[in-house]
Design a protein around this ligand. Structure first.
Ligand code: IMP
Length: 196
């Protein structure tokens, strides 16, 4: 089985993780760039679900295959969940990820509560008119004081996973995928797709 799915992202890190998990299940993942399509709608939703739907809907209107979109973020508990929904924008505003790590630690100061989590919401649209289906996952952990390693992408080097007791910047791809917010959400999507 070679079932095509379009993934509404231009984020290479996300794309690699979807491919790693879904390719062995017989899914072929196409990014907008693979399809020579531009799809960058404004993410104006009030939460991850709304943003994932905005992204899925925009791409579904341009392709002839089922679509998935992923909206995700890092939430630092002592900062009331910041940067959360705006993680990508926050990193851009800081200029680089290392500067964003520093800025998070500056905002946290001496606060002993370093609890953080990654959150992922996948929206699946079989066709542009289909009812959107949502699959979610959470990855609990702690914000590190210093970045460690360079594996993964985005905020991975500043994140310690409680579930594998390992810094994600030094975790292998398959280790991260087993416990990550995205890995968990994809697992749920995979179960749904398997029974269709
Ligand atoms: P989105 O494209 O609006 O969903 O942005 C998600 C942002 O959250 C990414 O650009 C990263 O900054 C951050 N993020 C989401 N998932 C991960 C992850 O698995 N590792 C590291 N950072 C992540």
């Amino acid at each position: 089985m070679n079932k095509p799915i379009a993934l509404a992202t231009n984020n290479k890190g996300k794309l690699a993780e979807y491919r790693a998990i879904l390719a062995p299940m017989g899914f072929v993942i196409f990014s907008p760039a693979d399809l020579n399509i531009e799809s960058e709608p404004d993410e104006t939703g009030a939460n991850y679900r709304e943003n994932s739907y905005i992204k899925a809907k925009a791409l579904a209107a341009k392709v002839n295959m089922p679509v998935i979109a992923d909206d995700s973020g890092l939430e630092v508990m002592a900062l009331d969940g910041f940067p959360g929904l705006h993680s990508s924008r926050f990193a851009s505003e800081c200029g680089t990820y290392p500067k964003a790590y520093e800025e998070l630690n500056r905002r946290l100061g001496d606060n002993p509560n370093r609890d953080a989590r990654f959150v992922c919401c996948i929206c699946y649209l079989e066709t542009p008119e289909s009812k959107p289906l949502y699959f979610e996952g959470i990855c609990p952990g702690k914000l590190l004081k210093q970045a460690h390693g360079s594996n993964g992408f985005g905020f991975d080097p500043i994140f310690h996973s409680s579930e594998i007791d390992k810094d994600l910047g030094v975790a292998e791809e398959d280790e991260k995928n087993k416990i990550s917010h995205r890995g968990k959400a994809i697992k749920k999507l995979e179960i749904y797709l398997a029974i269709q």
